[in-house]
Ligand binder design. Structure first.
Ligand SMILES: [Fe+2]
Length: 201
């Protein structure tokens, strides 16, 4: 299946002041689109043309002949999800079931947020921080370099934050901690996270 750029699920200025229209225009129209265009070019002739995006990500991970395809396909998957992990007037209270699981696996919502922000801040260079369901069924916070994601690692992603500079440099300059904190406090679509947790359980 050829990769396609999905439209943003909200207006470019919908996440302001936490993420500006300028950031979303560049991030979606230029960066995400480049992963789609490059991914489609690199997919040609691999024999993976008919596979789903998840299958392409899994099949190309750690295959040194397919590194370019992996980087673009994984980033395509990451960004499709990333747009849906945010919403206007995001953040705030979590749906009850999700909050219960977070408190049970991390001790408190604040501890989870602290771990998540810390993972994003300490990811050296480009990458992502995640809330994922691990192989043992417990929720965990992780971080990955570049495009690597829970799909490649055989885990289920519930939430991910893009900590590549292109995601925050226009609005936050070098202040990555402020950006990740604004993401968890004011941008996350917790209903979407709860939906993914319900699907994973
Ligand atoms: Fe990005």
């Amino acid at each position: 299946m050829a990769f396609e750029l999905p439209p943003l699920p909200y207006a470019y200025d919908a996440l302001a002041p936490y993420m500006s229209a300028e950031t979303l225009e560049f991030h979606h129209d230029k960066h995400h689109n480049a992963y789609v265009v490059n991914g489609n070019n690199l997919l040609k002739g691999t024999g993976l043309e008919d596979k789903s995006l998840e299958e392409v990500v899994k099949a190309s991970y750690k295959d040194e002949k397919l590194t370019g395809l992996f980087n673009n396909a994984a980033q395509h998957w990451n960004h499709i999800e990333f747009w849906q992990w945010m919403k206007p007037n995001g953040g705030g209270a979590m749906p009850g079931e999700l909050e219960k699981r977070i408190v049970s696996d991390f001790g408190s919502v604040d501890k989870f947020k602290e771990d998540f922000v810390n993972a994003g801040v300490t990811q050296f260079g480009s990458g992502w921080c995640w809330l994922a369901v691990g192989a043992d069924g417990k929720l965990k916070v992780t971080k990955t370099p570049n495009g690597v994601n829970p799909v490649a690692l055989g885990e289920t992603a519930l939430l991910g934050c893009d900590v590549w500079e292109h995601s925050y440099y226009i609005d936050y300059r070098n202040r990555r901690p402020d950006y990740v904190k604004a993401f968890v406090d004011s941008m996350v679509n917790w209903e979407r996270v709860a939906e993914l947790l319900a699907k994973a359980s």
